[in-house]
Design a protein around this ligand. Structure first.
Ligand code: 26W
Length: 768
């Protein structure tokens, strides 16, 4: 994008006057942020129009979550004007860095939402016509604070700073009908800028509003309709993002959200398709839709319903749907698979439910065995089965995950439709996750191999011959990043971390299968060892955590409390704190992640094998030159394939072992012969830590009792974890260790989101 400092500042000045009745001299931070962003939007508008107008086959990425993070720096970078804008602002005495305070757009929970954001950016950067469709939640993922070590949730008023990167497109508003009310859906379009290529795709987020009779010829549309227009609850639908990650909650409001988003999106697309004079039967030639897990799967019966209103028979409509939709699965955890109650669904959306029944009938007509294949059974609608049956392609998100889908989770379906199943290993955008968050390291790489890797990450392999040469720079930059992170943590959390410590980091949603508890127990093990002298010369280490627990997830909240108690114990111990620190950062989000992944010495990826579909944090650490301390799970397996197992620290049961030991597993067999482990577990119940709410006791019971004790094999993997973690900490500091770290960076090419979207396009979308 061309940039003219004088004109840019004039635009900013004009916007400040028009929108805020102020000027550059007296504008506050928020006013300036809005004016700067809008000035950039004005400049980018022509490219947006051109990209939109191109008559290309497109893919719609339907997702209930888009975890975009902060837009301004990424947008300026991708437009190629980051330095220019910084300079322009500096010339009037303003610092671009002040916008670090602007709220993150956290319209997502974790991996699945952040993946959607990376894919939109990558597709634009690769000139692939991919548009996102989702919900404009009024409040994003809750903000987290700790009180006395307990998680407390607060509302995330992300619009507090304004939303200058969105455009409200009132002319595209439409009505979404539920049995009990009609809702107005108004789209807000966000530009998705490709990296320095002039491409601008769109993220369209729908906002719910009361229907206003004067906007639409309601007297016409409502003719013969006896149902009242209920405006009262209308805005509520999009009020808040459900904070559950991996557990299905059968809440009616969530069902409304899901239908609201897919109905509005499809109405809009079909309307424009028809307006262009096309035959609706040819929709699959022009469009395909990717269903990001089951959350948007109601799109399938909704499209069939719309097509039937257009005069197609069920079978005609079904065939169009089958050629249009594709489905990504992101988890094999049984509690996450979405199922809806037939009564609730048929009550709220009778004509949509009718199409679901049609799909079930069709399934039977195709001769599929009722016992092995079903969409509706025992009063429940199985959304994943609906998605698989009607989609062209079904994909998992890492090799190991796709194999589990084929052989276990969806085995029946795979046997019947082997050609539907494909693997697309996840990827991350190297723009946000290296260029933007670690500019110093990026510069060093540029100086050796040029800038081609920015959009062709495999070129990082060309860095290998230079590894020895850049080792000093790499060390220095890592040290500087650690200093910056330590200062930030001091400011935000009030905890001091000496920057020469090893930074061992685990950041991800809090879930039992991710085993933050295993990490916590290892820290306690080191603490006692150092304190009592059984561990000598412990390498100074800071154990850093970041994670939000779903507000209703009791065990996850208990783990947070436990870690915060351990932190208090360790950091408060005058002797031990010389070589150990523990900090659980509050309100971990995308912007915090950017600061953490470039400052890590060890990346903790320690899920029970078979349970983490892929993981993408693991890739972010790797790309910033960090070794993985992990299990053979998700994309860790492929990270080892690419970077060499010898350059990472792998421990624990493999998937096969997990399957073998799970039957008849009794953690007491291990606890009884491991007094050290027993002692650590005892701290949960023996008064070592304050536990006025009895949370730690429940944690103890989840490991030692109940009908499935230690479901996630914490005890089983404990000894091996300690062994390998000690090895890592002892290796730290040597040239050999830094070399391992850097070799991981050189091997990160496969994990670019550019490669992932290319794979999606070649195998599924065929959009360019
Ligand atoms: C119905 C409640 C619910 C909400 C969200 C169930 C499941 C989810 C997501 C599927 C959870 C999720 O984010 N999964 C993560 O997806 C990432 C991107 O593919 C993977 O890297 C992670 O391994 C996976 O946990």
């Amino acid at each position: 994008m061309k940039f003219n400092r004088k004109e840019f500042l004039q635009d900013v000045e004009r916007i400040l006057h028009a929108d805020f009745k102020t000027d550059l001299k007296s504008a506050d931070k928020k006013e300036l942020y809005n004016a700067v962003s809008k000035a950039v939007m004005l400049e980018a508008y022509p490219d947006w129009e051109t990209s939109r107008a191109a008559d290309k086959r497109r893919c719609g990425y339907f997702s209930a979550e888009f975890l975009m993070g902060r837009a301004i720096f990424n947008n300026l970078m991708n437009l190629g004007i980051l330095e220019e804008v910084k300079g322009a602002l500096a010339s009037v005495g303003e610092d671009l860095g002040q916008f670090e305070e602007v709220e993150d757009a956290a319209l997502g929970n974790g991996g699945l939402g952040r993946l959607a954001a990376c894919y939109l950016e990558a597709a634009a950067s690769k000139n692939l016509p991919l548009d996102g469709y989702g919900i404009r939640y009024r409040y994003g993922l809750f903000r987290q604070v700790f009180e006395d070590g307990y998680q407390k949730e607060e509302g995330d008023d992300w619009l507090r700073w304004g939303d200058p990167w969105s455009v409200r497109v009132e002319r595209d508003a439409c009505i979404v009908r539920f049995s009990d009310m009609d809702i107005l859906a108004v789209p807000y379009d966000m530009p998705i800028f490709g990296y320095k290529n002039g491409v601008v795709n769109t993220l369209r987020l729908w906002s719910s509003e009361p229907v206003r009779a004067f906007d639409f010829d309601l007297f016409d549309t409502m003719k013969g309709d006896t149902k009242a227009v209920d405006n009262f609850n209308a805005t509520k639908i999009c009020d808040v993002l459900y904070p559950n990650d991996n557990t299905m909650v059968g809440k009616l409001l969530r069902l409304r959200q899901q239908y609201f988003m897919v109905s509005a999106s499809l109405q809009d697309i079909v309307k424009k398709f028809k307006a262009a004079g096309r035959d609706i039967r040819t929709l699959p030639e022009k469009y395909c839709f990717q269903l990001n897990d089951t959350h948007p799967v109601l799109a399938i019966p909704e499209l069939i319903r719309i097509l039937r209103c257009e005069g197609l028979s069920f079978d005609e409509a079904f065939d169009v749907a089958r050629r249009t939709f594709n489905f990504t699965n992101h988890t094999i955890m049984a509690e996450a698979l979405e199922r809806w109650d037939v009564l609730a669904l048929s009550d709220l959306l009778p004509s949509v439910y009718e199409q679901i029944l049609g799909c079930q009938e069709r399934l039977e007509r195709e001769g599929l065995d009722r016992d092995r294949f079903f969409i509706v059974r025992d009063g429940t609608v199985h959304m994943a089965n609906l998605a698989i049956f009607v989609s062209s392609k079904v994909n998992g998100v890492a090799e190991i995950h796709t194999n589990i889908l084929k052989t276990e989770t969806f085995r029946n379906w795979y046997e019947r439709y082997p050609e539907k199943f494909v693997n697309i290993t996840n990827g991350i955008t190297p723009r946000r996750w290296l260029l933007l968050n670690n500019p110093a390291l990026a510069k060093v790489i540029d100086s050796k191999i040029g800038e081609g890797w920015h959009t062709d990450l495999k070129q990082l392999a060309d860095l290998r011959p230079f590894v020895d040469e850049i080792l000093p720079d790499f060390k220095r930059i890592k040290g500087e990043n650690k200093q910056k992170l330590a200062a930030y943590i001091k400011e935000r959390e009030g905890v001091e971390i000496p920057s020469h410590f090893i930074f061992d980091i685990q950041i991800k949603r809090l879930h039992e299968y991710k085993r933050q508890l295993l990490n916590a127990l290892s820290i306690l093990h080191f603490y006692f060892g150092v304190k009592e002298g059984s561990i000598q010369n412990f390498p100074p280490t800071a154990f850093i955590f970041g994670a939000k627990a779903a507000p209703g997830y009791y065990m996850a909240k208990a783990v947070i409390k436990f870690i915060n108690e351990i932190a208090k114990l360790v950091n408060g111990d005058a002797e031990v704190s010389k070589v150990m620190r523990v900090v659980f950062v509050q309100d971990y989000d995308v912007s915090y992640a950017e600061k953490l992944v470039c400052a890590a010495d060890a990346s903790e990826q320690i899920s029970t094998a078979g349970m983490e579909a892929s993981g993408t944090g693991n890739m972010k650490f790797m790309l910033n030159g960090t070794v993985t301390l992990g299990t053979m799970d998700g994309a860790n397996v492929e990270i080892c394939e690419e970077a060499g197992r010898e350059n990472n620290y792998i421990f624990g049961a493999t998937v096969d072992e997990v399957n073998a030991v799970k039957h008849g597993y009794n953690p007491w067999d291990i606890i009884n012969r491991t007094p050290e482990l027993r002692r650590l577990l005892d701290t949960l119940v023996n008064g070592t830590f304050s536990d006025e709410r009895g949370m730690l006791r429940r944690l103890y019971e989840s490991i030692t009792g109940g009908h499935e004790p230690d479901r996630y094999l914490v005890c089983y993997d404990f000894a091996d974890y300690i062994r390998v973690k000690e090895e890592l900490l002892r290796d730290y500091g040597s040239d050999a260790f830094y070399k391992k770290s850097l070799l991981n960076l050189c091997a990160a090419g496969k994990f670019s989101a550019d490669r992932s979207v290319r794979d999606y396009s070649d195998l599924i979308w065929h959009i360019g």
